[in-house]
Design a protein around this ligand. Structure first.
Ligand code: ATP
Length: 834
């Protein structure tokens, strides 16, 4: 069965052959190349067999008829091609026979078109080679019908370089004469003209003969009249005979010239034939050559005979002349003799004519044989060509078959692979649809989880804040540091005991005192444990609260260690930085966080920007202000955005490195200033665009100390004064907040101004009170604990309110007791001392 790919391959091959043969968009020149020289020559011979076709009008008509035929065939071919094109499509699979028949139709049409084009070309070449008919009379007097050229000049002109342009007429368009056609055409034309001249000559001779016989009769019947004074009629007849003879001479000359031209043309045709024979296979060429040489020999014999004929004719005319002259002179004695001789000569002439006719018949037969040979050769050539083309086609088809077989194998492999892939693909599709439904379910689940997570988060925040509320806005943690070696040597540890995680018992001269805090951390508490307690506040700053974590205590009590720590044991600050960025990362899907920082030092009541580049640090006064949202800002201080925790840590280390420290008797690296680290967090919700702003303030306060004890010099005394002043202002603020006074003296110190937005209000504050365990520092420890207790009083509003009521009651009791003292009863202090 013929497959569609095979058919299309064959179609392509067929089209390739057609285009190679000049099919499709052929030009006449291209077609002529494929209409062989032999075919052209055969057609030309056929044409010359019917000389009436050489008339210009007929040629014209024939050309136009052939062109019309060609147009019709071309149209038909187009239709068949269109059918093939459609058949090459989907239907071709089911109708291979129809397609085959269409292909054979196309081949047939191709060959017909090629033949028609060749014929047209030959006809046009013949037309071009003919002299153009002139309008208004013939330029060359042919003496016939005005169309048949018989003028020698015209022939020569055509033979040499084509027709001369005549005056009033433009030269023929410059189309080249096919060199091999012109001599053959001219030869034929010349032969036609030759035959005509000979017919005329024959006519003249017949006339002369009839006149001669009538003259003789006249002479026989009217001899007595001619003897008496001559006859006028016989004179007229003699003159006509002379005229006929003269015209006969002219015709004879013309015949000679024509025969010479014919000989020339024949030689040229032979030359061309020989050249053509070079291209013809060996045996037929030899055969044609042999036949042609015999034709030439025959023609030579015929020419000789023709010459003899001429000489006889001339002799005859001489005799006729003599005869007529002797007739004019009144007869001669040798009449009978001459008549006999004339009779003999005429017989001889007649015989020679018969011979000549015989030769001509032989020649015609030879030509017919030659034509048949040509025909059979051409048929053989056509068959050979057809066989060769079939052979080529067969080779191409074999190659096509091999290619198709390979293609088929490859396609089978492809098909099996594709089928395998399709099976895999369909199983994958099933899996994919399962996955899709699973994904849909998971997405729904995720959405529900996200909703519940949001609800949970909101609740968590709510509970967290409630818990923080319960813990109090101000929380106080107490941290006891380990006893150092110098302290051990200087009297050892003070009687400080941690009764429970919230109670610290300190023994002293006035007995043991108890201090309650939110948490009490003993000397063995790790930095991580401390941070675990602080972490919730760091989270609050992410939730939009202002959070302040500060460390208070005498110098060397461990404030810096708690807040900043060192490389081995990082304090609250570096851990808080890391936690902030972890929280920002965890919430990245819901909120985008922008974290910035400023780091300041308050030294001798003067603010210093610790993040300003070293060279750029000037004495420019930094001012503490509040923005429209009530947040404290320091104008002139750098507020640097931080990309990540490492960046913030780097800035922190830079600031700590720039901080002012000095050696005291109490601490080799004592902080002589308050360190304020502010980390602002601006969180923008990706859901609704809501912005929350929080701040984490870390405050490492300078050590509270007694100047004499710390061994301070004049500068250090000034530093200590400033430090104590600011700490006292901080205590005042906290007292005011505790007493819920309407006025809180924030502006008494730069420190309190700076901490305004982180103390009181909605702010959450955590104070570490750091204490030394040394007996040597017991007084300072007690002072610190009392200070922290004051702060603790405002940690819980409910408790605070209760405390306040209690204080009021006690104050009333004191007042009554004072009245009793005034009445001789002991006072409260006296009772306590007792
Ligand atoms: N909990 C602790 N565990 C171990 N060592 C501690 C602890 N607390 C403080 N120290 C050590 O005590 C010394 C003094 O601590 P730190 O410098 O933190 O005191 P300070 O209160 O900041 O002093 P100043 O106010 O003078 O700056 C340091 O050497 C520190 O390492």
């Amino acid at each position: 069965m013929t497959g569609p790919s095979e058919l299309s391959a064959r179609s392509a091959a067929h089209k390739g052959q057609r285009s190679a043969r000049g099919g499709g968009g052929r030009t006449p020149t291209q077609s002529a190349v494929h209409w062989t020289e032999r075919e052209k020559y055969g057609f030309l011979l056929q044409l010359l067999e019917c000389p009436e076709f050489l008339l210009p009008e007929r040629l014209e008509r024939r050309i136009s008829v052939e062109k019309t035929k060609m147009a019709a065939y071309q149209l038909e071919q187009k239709i068949v091609n269109e059918n093939i094109r459609q058949m090459d499509g989907t239907d071709s699979l089911h109708r291979p026979e129809l397609l085959e028949s269409l292909y054979s139709q196309v081949s047939h049409l191709d060959s017909v078109l090629s033949s028609l084009e060749g014929q047209i070309q030959v006809l046009e070449a013949v037309q071009r080679s003919l002299p153009r008919p002139t309008h208004g009379g013939s330029q060359h007097d042919s003496g016939t019908d005005g169309h048949e050229p018989d003028s020698l000049e015209a022939m020569r002109t055509v033979l040499s370089e084509g027709p001369e342009p005549t005056p009033g007429r433009r030269a023929a368009p410059c189309s080249p004469h096919p060199a091999e056609l012109e001599p053959a055409v001219l030869l034929h034309l010349e032969r036609c003209a030759h035959r005509k001249t000979r017919r005329q000559l024959q006519l003249l001779q017949n006339n002369a003969r009839s006149y001669d016989s009538s003259g003789r009769q006249q002479r026989v019947t009217s001899q007595p009249e001619s003897l008496h004074g001559g006859s006028e009629g016989s004179l007229t007849g003699s003159l006509e005979t002379l005229a006929s003879l003269a015209s006969s001479d002219r015709l004879l000359d013309e015949l000679k010239l024509r025969e010479m031209t014919i000989a020339q043309l024949r030689g040229r045709v032979l030359q061309l034939e020989r050249a053509r024979l070079d291209n013809i296979p060996l045996d037929p060429a030899r055969e044609i050559s042999r036949l042609q040489s015999s034709v030439v020999q025959l023609e030579r014999v015929r020419d000789e005979l023709t010459l003899q004929n001429f000489s006889l004719k001339s002799k005859l005319s001489e005799f006729t002349q003599q005869l007529s002259s002797s007739g004019v002179q009144g007869g001669s004695e040798h009449d009978a003799e001459q008549q006999r001789r004339i009779g003999e000569l005429e017989t001889q002439l007649h015989n020679q004519r018969n011979e000549l006719e015989q030769l001509r018949a032989d020649s015609a037969q030879l030509r017919a044989l030659e034509a048949r040979l040509e025909e059979s050769l051409s048929r053989r050539e056509t068959t050979e060509r057809y066989l060769a083309s079939r052979q080529e086609e067969l080779t191409v088809l074999k190659l096509d078959l091999e290619t198709l077989q390979e293609e088929n194998t490859r396609l089978k492999d492809d098909l099996s692979r594709v089928l395998r892939q399709e099976a895999e693909h369909s199983s994958r599709l099933v899996r994919l649809s399962d996955c899709e439904s699973e994904l849909g379910r998971l997405q729904e689940e995720r959405r529900l989880l996200a909703d519940s997570l949001l609800r949970e988060r909101t609740l968590r925040k709510q509970y967290f804040n409630q818990m923080e509320e319960l813990k109090g806005r101000i929380r106080v943690f107490c941290r006891l540091r380990p006893l150092s070696e110098p302290e051990r040597r200087q009297g050892g540890a003070a009687p400080i005991d941690c009764a429970d995680p919230y109670t610290l018992c300190v023994g002293g001269d006035k007995g043991q005192r108890e201090f309650q805090f939110d948490r009490v951390f003993t000397e063995d508490t790790s930095q991580q444990r401390i941070f675990d307690e602080v972490e919730s506040l760091v989270q609050s700053s992410m939730d939009g609260y202002n959070v302040c974590i500060c460390a208070y205590g005498q110098t060397g009590s461990g404030k810096t260690h708690t807040l900043l720590g060192d490389e081995q044991a990082p304090g609250v600050a570096p851990r808080a930085f890391r936690r902030l960025f972890e929280l920002a990362q965890a919430r990245a899907a819901q909120t985008s966080c922008a974290i910035s920082t400023y780091m300041l030092e308050l030294y001798n009541d003067r603010l210093v920007d610790l993040l300003a580049p070293a060279g750029a640090r000037t004495d420019e006064k930094l001012e503490v202000k509040k923005d429209r949202r009530g947040t404290v800002v320091v104008s002139g201080a750098a507020l640097l955005p931080c990309q990540d925790a490492a960046h913030l840590q780097l800035l922190f280390e830079r600031a700590v490195g720039a901080r002012r420290t000095g050696a005291t008797r109490m601490n080799a690296a004592s902080s002589r200033s308050h360190l304020v680290i502010g980390v602002t967090v601006e969180a923008t919700s990706r859901v609704n665009g809501a912005v929350t702003r929080g701040k984490l303030s870390l405050l490492d306060l300078a050590g509270s100390e007694r100047a004499a004890k710390s061994g301070a010099d004049a500068d250090q005394l000034r530093e200590a004064n400033a430090i104590n002043k600011s700490l006292s202002a901080l205590a005042d603020v906290i007292s005011s907040l505790a007493a819920e006074q309407s006025f809180v003296p924030y502006r008494n110190s730069k420190l309190t101004m700076l901490m305004q937005d982180s103390l009181g209000g909605n702010a959450k504050t955590l104070m570490f009170v750091n204490i030394s365990p040394a007996q040597y520092n017991l007084d300072e420890t007690l002072t610190s604990l009392q200070y922290a207790s004051r702060v603790k009083q405002i940690t819980n509003s409910a408790a605070r309110n209760a405390d306040n009521k209690e204080i009021t009651r006690l104050k009333n009791v004191i007042a009554k007791l004072r009245q009793r003292v005034d009445c001789g009863q002991p006072s409260l202090e006296e009772r306590d001392e007792g």
